[in-house]
Design a binder for this molecule. Structure first.
Ligand SMILES: NC(=O)c1ccc[n+]([C@@H]2O[C@H](COP(=O)([O-])OP(=O)(O)OC[C@H]3O[C@@H](n4cnc5c(N)ncnc54)[C@H](OP(=O)(O)O)[C@@H]3O)[C@@H](O)[C@H]2O)c1
Length: 305
């Protein structure tokens, strides 16, 4: 099969190569999925799991990309819940070969059925950004209606989901980003926008939940705004400043079938809009990932037309 591999951490996306690889086999509780569309987060190439297995042994050449939508083509020993021919979408294991390939083997529990009226491109854009937003807001942040949320990077993949899901849950959402991102954030439903390049974060009153996707100084200054009992959730760690009277949670997103289904249902009924910026084929993917220009929103690779 055709797949994109990486072998050299220092080379970043410039080190990606499109090569022939053996098709993966389904292990216990796995399925093999023919990948129709794949999502790739550039920072994956900095994560240890791209380069080593769970015993910290070198696993290169590794195939990056961990989001996908596609069709099940084989079932492993003991696998239940999915069948050959079924449309699925989900989040592949960080420590195994990923989805910038024609086929991927992964645990069935990390996938959910993809309804027939949802395009594969849309399906592949949802798992990381949707699940990260969902878990940060509702599991780690325990968001309640009426609370206020500071949603950083609202024009980005995760931040646009955070903004929409928090609004739907009845929160007051203050979204942030660069000056040029104001309208995008408001279109995703933000009640207010803070331009991190020109406005002063400290002018905001207290907030109940900070959803951080930027880190560093912005994270530290945001932690100081958290009201008693509030929470800082960050997906870019480390937590550099804890809220004085609240909790700080630094987490990595996990696959969850029920949450994936809840997210895709919201896309179907119009409560949630995806934030897809660029769509390209597998042949052009390396060029797209190496383009110097900023890519707004999610980049989705159509592997199978
Ligand atoms: N731990 C986890 O489970 C997990 C899961 C998902 C994502 N992540 C991480 O979360 C981060 C965001 O992911 P994403 O996919 O949402 O990325 P993204 O689509 O690039 O979104 C990030 C947004 O924040 C903006 N931004 C970044 N720094 C800023 C600054 N200093 N001032 C103003 N705006 C700023 C970006 O603008 P520009 O494009 O102009 O910089 C962009 O609009 C990444 O580091 C990713 O690795 C972690």
């Amino acid at each position: 099969m055709k797949a994109i591999i990486v072998t050299d951490k220092a080379a970043g996306t410039a080190g990606m190569k499109l090569v022939e690889r053996p098709e993966p086999q389904a292990a216990i509780n796995d399925v093999v999925v023919q990948v129709h569309a794949s999502g790739f987060v550039p920072t994956e190439l900095e994560w240890p799991s791209t380069w080593s297995d769970r015993r910290d042994h070198d696993r290169t050449p590794s195939i990056p990309g961990h989001e996908l939508a596609g069709v099940v083509t084989a079932i492993g020993y003991g696998t239940t819940g999915l069948s050959v021919g079924q449309r699925v979408f989900g989040l592949a294991d960080w420590h195994r070969d990923g989805t910038l390939a024609e086929y991927v083997a992964m645990e069935a529990r990390n996938l959910a059925p993809l309804p027939g009226d949802v395009d594969f491109t849309v399906g592949a854009s949802l798992p990381i950004s949707g699940l990260t937003a969902w878990q940060g807001l509702f599991q780690h942040g325990r968001l309640q209606a009426g609370q206020s949320v500071l949603a950083h990077g609202a024009a980005g993949a995760v931040g646009s989901m955070v903004t929409q899901l928090a609004r739907e849950a009845g929160a007051y959402v203050i979204s942030t980003g660069r000056a040029a991102d104001r309208q995008t954030a408001l279109d995703f439903g933000a009640n207010e926008f803070v331009d991190l390049e020109n406005d002063t974060l400290e002018d905001l009153g207290g907030v109940d939940l900070v959803f951080d996707v930027i880190g560093g100084d912005i994270q530290k200054r945001s932690a100081a705004l958290i009201r008693a009992g509030g929470t800082l959730v960050t997906v870019v760690g480390p937590v550099e400043a804890r809220p004085t009277y609240g909790l700080a949670v630094d987490f990595v997103v996990e696959a969850d079938r029920a949450q994936l289904s809840a997210i895709v249902q919201r896309v179907r009924d119009g409560r949630l809009r995806t934030n897809i910026g660029t769509v390209s084929g597998l042949e052009d993917a390396i060029t797209v990932f190496n383009a110097p220009k900023r890519r707004a929103g999610k980049t989705v690779i159509r592997v199978h037309p």
